[in-house]
Design a protein around this ligand. Structure first.
Ligand code: NAD
Length: 328
């Protein structure tokens, strides 16, 4: 049988880099594409195109051979410090929408077998996520739409774009709504990092008995999914007949304070917390609802949060050590 071929958009990023590895393990020929190379050396694609997917010519040139699958993960994205300040709203909407408009159209023109799109839990309405103890994120609760960020609105628009291509052109699409994916080889500093990486970094950099800053009162809740589980879900979704959208997340909901407790325990440090209520925090509560993925794929993640955090903390502590060693 001919080797399967795939394009991974956003292969220079966190999830894209890990997905390339998985597809390679499965025997695929993989073309990665991104604005930048993967900064942690996660560069195992057979072919890597440094290019801007906002440019339709760059997108068109990716299809110079038969492509079986496209995984569209490229987005202008970051954690709360990037998405929720409001400063990047226009760029986030413009850049990510252009990428999706270009890629879905090129995939259609070139008759790609299946197209995966990475949406986000940020598309769920804010009004269902005001109570930290009882957030509602079932797939059917998406409408009436009211995401709390422009990033979420763009995800919703692009979900609809892929679904419209499926309806009108018979395109075979798969859509996952990722809930806080974390793990090694992800952004851990610089302003675009997300909560688990930021907390691991702060704890790794603090002296035992010292103090760290926490954004908000720490009572906001979230769930976090380890990267390997996310990749497994993406591959299972692609192999299934179910288009989604479906949540890909963990149901192990914790408060940010609990997350800090876990990381401190892993690091063996006792730290004071200074809560900064002026910093962006996102919704009060969010948790994945995995009923649909259990029903449709017969699968759900199994790794406890603590285990994923232990692996992530070790990797980030090592980055911090290297960084500090390089700067003395
Ligand atoms: P990431 O920022 O590490 O990866 C995204 C990549 O897209 C980056 O490497 C970036 O350079 C690339 N990119 C941005 N603009 C581009 C352009 N114009 N042309 C080419 N490449 C471009 O983020 P990630 O965490 O790996 O997320 C991957 C996808 O999953 C994104 O679509 C994101 O919105 C979605 N998602 C992630 C999470 C999460 O917790 N990490 C949660 C929900 C959804």
């Amino acid at each position: 049988m001919a080797r399967k071929t795939a394009i991974v958009c956003g292969a220079g990023g966190f999830i894209g880099g890990h997905l390339v590895n998985r597809l390679k393990e499965e025997g695929y020929w993989v073309r990665g594409v991104d604005l930048k190379e993967n900064e942690f050396g996660n560069m195992n694609a057979d072919d890597f195109v440094l290019g801007d997917l906002r440019d339709p010519r760059v997108c068109a040139a990716l299809f110079d051979r038969q492509i079986d699958e496209v995984y569209q993960l490229a987005a202008d994205m970051g954690g709360a410090g990037y998405i929720f300040t409001g400063d990047h709203d226009a760029a986030v909407m413009h850049n990510s929408a252009l990428i999706n408009l270009n890629m879905v159209e090129e995939a259609r023109k070139h008759g790609v077998g299946k197209v995966f799109y990475s949406s986000s839990a940020c598309m769920y309405p804010e009004y269902n996520q005001l109570d930290p103890d009882n957030p509602k994120c079932s797939e059917d609760s998406a409408y009436p739409a009211a995401p709390d960020s422009e990033y979420g609105w763009e995800k919703l628009f692009s979900e609809r774009l892929y679904l419209a291509y499926a309806r009108n052109y018979g395109m075979n699409v798969r859509i996952a709504r990722f809930h806080n994916i974390f793990g090694p080889q992800g952004t851990w500093t610089g302003g675009r990092e997300k909560a688990p990486a930021a907390i691991c970094r702060k704890v790794a950099m603090a002296e035992d008995g010292g103090e760290i800053e926490i954004w908000g009162d720490g009572k906001q809740t979230r769930s976090f999914l380890y990267i390997d589980e996310c990749i497994e879900a993406v591959r299972r979704l692609m192999e299934s007949d179910f288009p989604g959208p479906v949540n890909v997340g963990s149901e192990e909901m914790v408060s940010i304070n609990q997350l800090v407790d876990y990381v401190c325990e892993i690091a063996g440090k006792t730290l004071r917390r200074r809560h900064d209520l002026t910093k962006p925090q996102g919704v009060r509560g969010r948790n994945s609802d995995n009923r649909l993925i259990r029903e449709k794929l017969g699968w759900e993640p199994s790794m406890p949060l603590k285990e994923g955090l232990r692996r992530t903390y070790e990797w980030i502590a090592e980055q911090v050590r290297r960084h500090e060693a390089a700067s003395v």
